[in-house]
Design a protein around this ligand. Structure first.
Ligand code: HPA
Length: 237
């Protein structure tokens, strides 16, 4: 048990899916996993463990933003023994090449957060995906017929940027494909504690074209992404 999690050791599988939204965690657990049981309800940041294709998998909500994700991921790895951490999130598109519904597999995540700056002193650490998990995610997406892109993303602490798209100009000029709010911390913690991580994000709203998914499309995209992530979790990518 921790201040943020009422689960006991052994309640989580080694592979954990990480949506931001607790209700998405609940939906994945109750709709897709077999035999899921709730292992954490603290703050309604729901966590579940069940099976997928006969193998144990957990799903734990992280909340929004890097500070919140970092608490859950730190504890999942260091208290509960998680070894593979697979974020299933949404992202805003920063490139015309990435269409809504496409998956963005984050090779690396730049950030405007002070978390890494404070941790690495004079160095700019480059948080990176685990290659085996990322390759498995690409393979699983291809099998599912879902378009995917692998590239750099931005993990920002700021959803409502004061200058909108202009705030991202220098990053777009360096090929950054999409913006979300969690991956940089996930990859840094996985590196620090010797775990594997990959971030799989559905592009739900394109900041360049204004195109966005409606509620039904979001739901079906989430289902595709969850199944792809679960295949990665059980080594079937
Ligand atoms: N910004 C940050 N995170 C997001 C966005 C966005 O525009 N869209 C989906 N997640």
């Amino acid at each position: 048990m921790t201040p943020h999690n009422s689960a006991t050791k052994g309640d989580y599988a080694e592979a954990v899916l990480l949506p931001g939204d607790p209700l998405r965690a609940k939906w994945i657990a109750e709709t897709i996993l077999d035999g899921a049981r709730c292992v954490n309800r603290v703050r309604n940041c729901l966590g579940y463990t069940g099976t997928w294709k006969g193998k144990p998998v957990s799903v734990q909500a992280t909340g929004m933003g890097q500070p919140s994700l970092a608490i859950y991921v730190h504890e999942l790895i260091n208290v509960y023994g998680a070894k593979q951490l697979i974020r299933v999130g949404t992202c805003g598109g920063l490139s015309e090449k990435v269409k809504v519904r496409d998956l963005v597999l984050a090779l690396t995540a730049s950030t405007d957060s002070s978390m890494n700056r404070n941790a690495f002193g004079g160095f700019d650490f480059a948080p990176a995906a685990d290659f085996a998990l990322l390759r498995a995610a690409a393979t699983a997406a291809e099998k599912a017929g879902v378009r995917w892109h692998a590239g750099g993303i931005l993990s920002s602490d700021v959803f409502y940027q004061p200058d909108g798209l202009d705030s991202y100009a220098v990053l777009r000029a360096h090929g950054i494909m999409a913006v979300e709010m969690e991956t940089s911390a996930l990859y840094t913690l996985a590196a620090r504690f010797g775990a594997q991580a990959v971030s799989i994000c559905t592009m739900t709203d394109c900041l360049v074209t204004g195109e966005e998914l409606n509620a039904d499309e979001r739901q079906s995209s989430l289902e595709d992404m969850a199944r792809i992530a679960l295949d990665v979790a059980v080594g079937e990518g």
